[in-house]
Design a protein around this ligand. Structure first.
Ligand SMILES: Cc1cc2nc3c(=O)[nH]c(=O)nc-3n(C[C@H](O)[C@H](O)[C@H](O)COP(=O)(O)OP(=O)(O)OC[C@H]3O[C@@H](n4cnc5c(N)ncnc54)[C@H](O)[C@@H]3O)c2cc1C
Length: 308
């Protein structure tokens, strides 16, 4: 939700009056966004931002980061413990369609590798230190497979249909006009699917998602699934929130990852904050200090409860 968005709290009676197609049984209170909310096409947003950046002179190079070249500086803490600081001066990149790697000189690196951010962090030794050292702390971000199902229901809710997130966790929204919708449900921790491929589990919709949707919106009993796809949440297992800022032992290595399923809506603000941190040496417009890596070391979680 955007800052300053207006929200109405609706009683079950008010909810039923506004959206007669909702089953309000077992609803005590609902929240309904009145302004500054909506949805957008993620690929379109990404393409637009990329094109704008390119038009402003950003050089785009497509390849896979496979490692880093760095210098190490050994220091000793006031307790006499040795600490190794690292400074990256080259990123090793394997260009697309090439077997060769190439070092690319850099002043700073932003780790925005989504679900694979932890793997990239390990390339500079983060999470690979011996027990009792700062380097021991891993970036707690891992891939978690999530399904989206697109379904058709000719008599389903119309133009006034908002993005609906049920208290069960199931959600859906209208997809254009013509009775099409997209929706899904995150699995329970013990149901996490294998993430080594992006196959969709169709039974999961039949067994878990559909009953919840049809309970809340009875007309969905007659829906038909038309298509589906799977993607990865960049899931932060520690507190389900983004990791933003530098690493205490690798000061030119910045994080912008771990958004756990809400990264799209935060992306413009995070991009700006990280750009300001790089450029000004500190957060300027938004102070996101509490989201930095040190919270894992000092055990200061910022728990996100609203994971959909
Ligand atoms: C099904 C689904 C529904 C979602 N719904 C929402 C929603 O409603 N609202 C919302 O805000 N968010 C949503 N999200 C989450 C959102 O998509 C992510 O948080 C967001 O895409 C993260 O963006 P990112 O740029 O950090 O990472 P990504 O978009 O994952 O990009 C990471 C990039 O890094 C690249 N990469 C990885 N490793 C390397 C390497 N070694 N070298 C070079 N490149 C590398 C990858 O190829 C990829 O291109 C959803 C996600 C899924 C899967």
């Amino acid at each position: 939700m955007e800052q300053g968005a207006k929200v109405a709290l609706l009683s079950p009676e008010q909810l039923k009056k506004k959206f007669p197609w909702i089953n309000t049984q077992d609803v005590a209170l609902a929240s309904y966004g009145l302004e500054n909310e909506g949805w957008f096409d993620p690929w379109l947003l990404l393409s637009a931002l990329r094109r704008k950046a390119l038009s402003m002179g950003v050089l785009h190079c497509h390849g896979e980061v496979t490692g880093f070249n760095y210098v190490t500086q050994e220091m000793v803490t006031s307790d006499g413990d040795p600490v190794n600081f690292r400074r990256i001066h080259e990123v090793i990149v394997q260009a697309q369609n090439s077997l060769e790697t190439q070092p690319v000189e850099c002043m700073a690196v932003v780790n925005a590798a989504g679900a694979w951010s932890s793997k990239v962090a390990e390339m500079i030794g983060i999470g690979c230190g011996s027990p009792g050292t700062f380097q021991e702390f891993k970036l707690p971000v891992e891939p978690r497979k999530r399904y989206i199902y697109m379904f058709h229901c000719p008599n389903g809710p119309g133009l006034d249909c908002p993005l609906l997130i049920d208290s069960s966790g199931a959600y859906f929204r209208r997809e254009g006009l013509g009775g099409n919708y997209i929706g899904g449900l995150s699995p329970l921790e013990e149901e996490e699917p294998d993430h080594s491929n992006l196959d969709v589990d169709h039974e999961y919709f039949q067994q878990k998602v559909w009953p919840l949707l049809a309970y809340r919106v009875p007309v969905f009993e007659s829906l038909k699934v038309k298509s589906s796809w799977a993607g990865y949440y960049d899931y932060n297992t520690y507190d389900q929130n983004g990791v933003i800022g530098t690493h205490p032992l690798v000061p030119n290595f910045y994080f912008a990852c771990g958004f756990s399923g809400h990264g799209l809506q935060q992306a413009p603000a995070v991009g700006r904050a990280v750009a300001e941190l790089l450029h000004n040496g500190q957060f300027t417009t938004l102070d996101l200090t509490s989201f930095d890596f040190q919270r894992f070391i000092f055990q200061q979680p910022i728990l996100e409860r609203n994971i959909v």
